[in-house]
Design a protein around this ligand. Structure first.
Ligand code: G6Q
Length: 550
């Protein structure tokens, strides 16, 4: 494929950008009272307002042409039909089959994968019910009160984020904990909260070879045996989620206590698979199925909605517009919902691991910016930290605000006192980022407060805001399992669409594999008694200094 930069649509977008790049959103809103009406999508109780982006009536249609030039529809069909679009790992990316609640056949290498998926959901359901009901007993006959998921990256971030987000749906009888870091502090501090007789460890690793996870898993096993004084206890306190049966058995976990998934499930897309076991145990299998159902709805929406009404497509195109035409290379995720406080880290992996790449599908260097540097924090906390830069920094950061209309908690005046304050803060932020405040407005405001002229002269420029900073707002009724499933799937497909436009394989992760590979080179040098000379002088000295002082 020739670079998308040479396409007619791209060239038209370059011209369009020239003509509107200085336009002020405050003027665009003043000139067009239908701006919100024309630039939002409603899907059930989900409202996506993208009117506060630097777009005009022409922008989205031109971007849609770009997606046609990138053959988006063809690639979308390939994704859903199980074609091996992750060519560098010779795999399909069939996470959508995991949540295919309509159960229509999905083929991978000519075989319908739905029966195996349904079987795996049933196994998760049976097991999670037995743990929740107390039928599953620990080695000394006590019921399970704590589950500890040991995994990292895709085998940690999704379940941890979802368990936090759906805490109101979680059982009060079981505490879900997550250990990911090989830093012993993570496991040690977690174990301090655990009673060995009532703790179930879930070892989650697609490969079952990841250094961090296996180190934590072995230490957890040692801890359990040392406390319960019998290695037979493993069978009641350890289960595994993996694609690697042999390694699981070698670890000492019986086949029955293993939940499998398949190599066509990418790590960062795996929470829908048995990697979601901690979720199912915590919120129950029916709620887990609702999570799947929400994502499945978005899969259907993505497949069938016209591009201008297609949420993932429009979000992706706006992202392309901001990144490639305005050169805004970072993107902030700002959920005004404490339950979603892990969403920025979750999406950081999903987006940056998928599209943080400079080589296209044909092996050529991409001469465009690709995946943005993604970051964020829940509101209102972020407002008291980095929002200063969002309002007045030199860098312009496009933002996604996420806001539930209803809180899960009744607290404050009339039961929604806190929540109304939260909502007003979110709305105030999107409004101010767009509108800004001119120096004259800042002066008038201070005059109105009776501030002396000399102080006004000193402060006016400092209290002015350029505004014109793009944001997208995503509103929904309440953060329930189905809504969360929808939100995650929207972002998955958004990232997929962008990958298609940049001609990237969004489903491999050689940067992650590289990290795994180099870690194994340094450790032997660190363990050796002698001084190392194996690497460059900085690396050698870091190793030798550490060894000397260890
Ligand atoms: C995700 C990545 C990566 C992976 C972890 C854990 O897409 O591949 O984050 O999930 O490295 O790998 P294992 O599940 O194999 O331990």
């Amino acid at each position: 494929m020739t670079s998308i930069k040479n396409s007619d649509a791209w060239i038209a977008l370059v011209d369009h950008h020239k003509s509107i790049k200085s336009a002020e959103m405050r003027d665009l809103f003043n000139e067009d009272e239908n701006r919100f009406n024309d630039n939002h999508i409603q899907y059930d109780d989900l409202l996506i307002d993208f009117s506060k982006n630097r777009i005009t009536k022409d922008t989205i249609p031109l971007l849609i042409k770009l997606s046609h030039e990138a053959n988006l529809n063809l690639w979308r069909d390939k994704l859903f039909s199980g074609e091996k679009i992750n060519f560098s790992e010779n795999r399909s990316a069939l996470h959508t089959a995991l949540r295919n609640r309509s159960n229509t056949p999905v083929l991978s290498e000519g075989k319908n994968v739905m029966p195996e998926i349904n079987e795996s959901i049933d196994k998760m359901g049976n097991f999670s019910e037995s743990v929740r009901s107390g039928e599953w007993k620990g080695f000394t006959g006590k019921r399970i009160e704590t589950i500890v998921n040991i995994g990292i990256g895709g085998s940690d971030l999704g379940p941890a984020m979802v368990c936090k987000a759906l805490k109101p749906y979680g059982t009060k009888n079981i505490i879900p904990l997550f250990v990911s870091n090989v830093d012993g502090a993570d496991l040690a501090q977690t174990l301090q909260q655990c009673d060995p007789e009532t703790t179930l460890f879930i070892i989650a690793s697609k490969t079952f070879t990841t250094q961090e996870t296996m180190t934590n898993a072995f230490s957890a096993r040692e801890w359990l045996i040392s406390k319960l004084k019998d290695s037979a206890a493993i069978s009641r306190h350890f289960v595994a989620i993996s694609t690697n049966i042999t390694a699981v058995e070698d670890f000492g976990i019986a086949k029955n206590n293993m939940f499998k998934f398949w190599d066509w499930v990418g790590g960062r897309y795996s929470l829908w698979s048995s990697i979601g076991l901690p979720i199912a145990i915590f919120i129950g299998i029916d709620n887990f199925k609702d999570l799947l159902a929400g994502a499945h709805e978005i899969d259907n929406h993505f497949k069938t909605a016209p591009p201008e009404k297609n949420i993932p497509v429009v979000l992706a195109l706006i992202g392309i517009w901001n990144i490639n035409f305005f050169n805004f290379t970072t993107h902030a995720i700002l959920p005004y919902d404490q339950g979603l406080s892990l969403l920025p880290s979750y999406l950081q992996q999903l987006d940056m691991e998928s599209n943080g790449k400079f080589i296209d599908r044909e092996g050529n260097r991409i001469c465009l910016n690709t995946g943005p540097i993604l970051w964020g924090e829940s509101g209102t906390n972020g407002q008291h930290a980095f929002y200063q830069l969002l309002h007045q920094g030199k860098e312009i950061v496009p933002t996604d605000f996420l806001m539930p209309i209803h809180s899960q908690y009744k607290i404050g005046e009339n039961g929604d006192g806190h929540h109304k304050i939260l909502i007003s803060n979110f709305i105030a932020q999107t409004k101010s980022l767009m509108l800004g405040k001119t120096e004259t407005e800042a002066r008038d405001e201070m005059l109105g407060k009776g501030i002396p002229k000399k102080d006004i002269d000193l402060l006016a420029s400092h209290k002015s805001f350029i505004g014109n900073r793009p944001s997208t707002s995503i509103l929904f009724n309440k953060l329930d399992p189905k809504t969360l499933g929808r939100i995650i799937a929207i972002y998955e497909h958004k990232i997929f669409v962008q990958g298609i436009i940049w001609n990237i394989n969004s489903f491999d992760q050689w940067g992650v594999e590289y990290g795994k590979q180099i870690a194994s080179l340094v450790l032997p040098e660190l363990r050796k008694k002698t001084t190392t000379t194996a690497f460059d002088s900085s690396t050698n000295n870091l190793i030798n200094y550490t060894k000397k002082n260890l």
